[in-house]
Design a binder for this molecule. Sequence first.
Ligand code: NDP
Length: 291
Amino acid sequence: MKYLLIGQGGQLGWELRRACITLGEIIAVDYPEVDLADFSGVRDLIRTVKPDILLNPAAYTAVDNAEEEPELVRRVNGIAPGVLAEEMKKLGGALIHYSTDYVFDGKKNTLYNEQDTPLPINVYGRTKLEGEQLVMDAGATYVTFRTSWVYGMRRGGFINKVIQWAQQQKIIHIVDDQYGSPTWARMLAQATAHVLMQGGSNVLDYLQQYRGLYHLAGNGEASRYEWVKTILEHYPGKEDLEVMQILPAKSQDFPSKANRPAYSALDCSKFETTFGIQLPTWQACINLLDN
Ligand code: NDP
């Protein structure tokens, strides 16, 4: 089985490359070697590599910056996933794509499921929703995993930011009016690999049988405040941190370019029931924080 992984350097891409290593040959690429905004370059790459399965964790993920360059973001997050799906249809292969909890407006107060109507409130969410729809419409074998609040220890992601603040400040303020489902990138990659493994040598038929959209995230919900408190409680080097107090704050205290949904935690029961995989709680993943 030949895999093409686009976005190998991202939080999820880095973990996917490792989690899928036993599944077959993996050709892993990233920007600028491949630019999702360059559709003919992307088509050429896929036609040259001819993968059986295309893994696409790549996206324009800078939610605030996205407000400043909506056309580029639309090309990368909206139109390109449709191009990937079209090419995989021509090859008779499958696309594994990732989307976001930010397709929702955040007005619901209980876990969002796949039947809930998306109504994005920022450029990032709108373009990711367009990507979901174009993937679905292309008629290829595909699985789209919608996830939430992805973190890993490697890059300049949220955990690294939190640790930096905690190294420099005695008091940090974190919003307690945004709720999501914190999702460890490694767990997300392993859950993806598990699905692919279950298909065995008939993985393309298996994915065709279960094609569709699934919510896949750490189980449960957390405010950003609870999330940060839990991260710092479990951070292996916590004795060396400056921070003494973590205080709750409100989103309006931190004006940002993009609106964010107040609530976007995900109900993952469709994923769990379909694939027979019990997802861990978000807290269980934070317990495993290491380097
Ligand atoms: P990252 O931002 O860590 O990684 C994204 C990857 O995409 C990077 O390697 C980046 O390269 C690459 N990329 C960006 N622009 C392009 C482009 N034009 N062409 C090719 N590659 C490009 O994202 P995550 O791993 O956190 O996210 C994985 C998936 O999960 C994405 O689909 C995202 O939308 C979704 N998601 C993420 C959430 C989060 O909290 N991070 C929450 C919900 C969903 P470079 O670094 O060089 O720019």
